[in-house]
Design a protein around this ligand. Sequence first.
Ligand SMILES: [Fe+2]
Length: 360
Amino acid sequence: MNKDKIRILVIDDDVAILDCIRLSLQSLGPYQVTVCENPREALELLHTNDFATVISDVNMPGLSGLDVLAAVVKYDDKIPVVLITGNTESEIMRKAIHLGVYEFLKKPFEMSDLVVTVKQAVETHRLKVQNEQYQNHLESLVQQRTIELFAAKSKLEKSYLNTIHTMVNAMEVNDIYTRGHSERVTAIAMRLGKLLGLNIDELRQLRIGALLHDLGKIGIISNVLNKEQRLTESEYDIIKQHPIIGAKIIDPIGLPDTISKIIVQHHEWANGEGYPYGITLPDIHPLARIVSVADSFDAMTSQRSYRPSREFASAAEEVYANLNRQFDPVVGKVFYENQRQILSVINDHQALKDLLQEAF
Ligand SMILES: [Fe+2]
């Protein structure tokens, strides 16, 4: 059997016609012709041979040409089917067109007509196969590029987060009282955010916003930040500028607006007594409310230059006592009720690291 030849399947219960078609096609073109009298056996051959075209009689015992057509189309709709029909079979022709027949050869037909029809059918098959291969290649190319794009995006995101981390660490390195504060606030906020049912995008923004919430302290002179005595009113006014300074620093990076809101609003209170703008709960962004609870809690439980640290439980009670006054009641309550679970991450350095590196 010659592998370079184009394979044609011919089905007819008339052996004389089969021989005639086989001899004509094989003598006039690069065809390897398989003939079969039994339509059922012929359909079996479809699975083991790569036929480029099927030619079938319509009226045969067992299966009709329409059955053959339907089976071939179902198996592989790229294989053109040529039906040999009588002149009076218009209903059959209508059904055949509906099923997807490639062409009809009306009896009696000239062998030269058959050869032309087969040549066109084979070319149609070749183009369909080529098109399918091209489509598959395109699909795998798109898939491949998508995978590469995601990998690049996640690499970029990771390096971006590392940069933020480095900025925050640089900011906190000179302040022994707030060292690690931003990381702990981020870890608490993330656990709280998950309990509150935030989606992946919101958690992403919460993480960046929480890490950067005190970035503006870079712009506050250190003798005010680290002052051991109580701050004067004007010094406190300077401190109150850090949320606005932080948002200004990140402004040129083009981060989502939510992150800027977290930074600007993390010291706002539910009742409007916070700073810098004194807005009330409805105007405070939901993610800023989460960072507010996490930030205040960590500030209470960390030692500061002007006061010693408080116990976790006592600080959590303080949060609960200030629902609706300083904190969002829902956020504060979820924090209070899940404090053990949320705070377990603080003393577990590996868990803290994992949570900050977690990919979304
Ligand atoms: Fe702050």
